[in-house]
Design a protein around this ligand. Structure first.
Ligand code: CO8
Length: 260
């Protein structure tokens, strides 16, 4: 438990959970221990219906500097193959049904950039720097970076980032379309939490269905995606929250969503 508190700190802000990476001595490098604890925290919170949005953050100077290079330098192919049994952090992130927001200040590099990209939205400080510098270490991204970046910013731009390892500032990342909002250096976490609170106030089942529908756009051809959306829309129509939401609108009062 002590170790858990040390590398990953969880705070509760009403219906929002804030998970803070906390290995400042290694620029929040994603050690196996940190990855396991983050995966466990995501699973735990995703299973808790009172949690309506999860924010993943680091600190002012660093979101996460990627995989732990000290550990990477020692790894052999056999170690990697052995690991493949358990669900990795990346699989847990992809399976998380609760909306996820990355709050990025400072460096988000390698696995850190991939962690941010695996979230549903990114709020960045004006100081944030994103990049996939793996090529400089003789490797390539392994946490989904090539696939997610190519889907969001396109092949040519992804090639440049992945083949050169160039870092890009928050403003450029926003221009390229993978950062939602850029906040002043002293407000990045507040703005991410504000966005999370807004999501948390919406109908929670509809939020999960909406997330499912949007993510399907990356996986399915248009006709299958539209059919999937239609099924999820029908599910949303069957909820108590739909009755409450539509009634509240007609009665000109705020809706009280209960998640049923
Ligand atoms: N791993 C381990 N230690 C690190 C890492 C890291 N990724 N990044 C920084 N550190 C350590 C440094 O070794 C140093 O330790 P010490 O104080 O003992 O010398 C300390 O943190 C401070 O580092 P710097 O002196 O370099 O700090 P700066 O503020 O000058 O620079 C940077 C910060 C820009 C973040 C710089 O440290 C840097 O470039 N780090 C490496 C970034 C990088 O290459 N990341 C990619 C890693 S590979 C990867 O992520 C592959 C993902 C594959 C799948 C995912 C599995 C998780």
């Amino acid at each position: 438990m002590d170790a858990e508190r040390k590398v990953l700190i969880q705070e509760r802000h009403d219906a929002v959970v804030l998970l803070r990476l906390n290995r400042p001595e290694a620029r929040n490098a994603l050690s196996p221990e940190l990855r396991e604890q983050l995966a466990a925290a995501l699973r735990r919170n995703d299973a808790d219906p009172s949690v309506r949005c999860i924010v993943i953050a680091g600190h002012d100077e660093h979101f996460a500097a990627g995989a732990d290079i000290a550990q990477l330098s020692e790894r052999e192919l056999a170690d990697l193959l052995q690991e493949a049994g358990g669900a990795s952090l990346w699989e847990v992130l992809a399976a998380c049904r609760t909306p996820l927001i990355a709050a990025v200040s400072g460096y988000a590099l390698g696995g850190g950039c991939e962690l941010a990209l695996a979230c549903d939205m990114i709020v960045a400080s004006e100081t944030a720097q994103f990049g996939q510098p793996e090529i400089r270490l003789g490797i390539i991204p392994g946490g989904g970076g090539t696939q997610r970046l190519a889907r969001v910013i396109g092949k040519q731009r992804t090639m440049e980032l992945v083949l050169t390892g160039r870092r890009i500032p928050a403003e450029e990342a926003q221009r390229l379309g993978f950062v939602n909002r850029v906040a002043p250096a002293d407000r990045w976490l507040e703005e991410a939490l504000d966005l999370a609170q807004t999501v948390a106030r919406r109908a929670p089942l509809a939020a999960r269905l909406a997330k499912d529908a949007v993510l399907a756009a990356d996986e399915l051809p248009l006709s299958a995606g539209l059919a999937h959306e239609r099924r999820l829309f029908e599910l949303a129509m069957a909820t108590e929250d739909r009755r409450e939401g539509t009634r509240a609108f007609l009665e000109k009062r705020p809706a009280r969503f209960v998640g049923r």
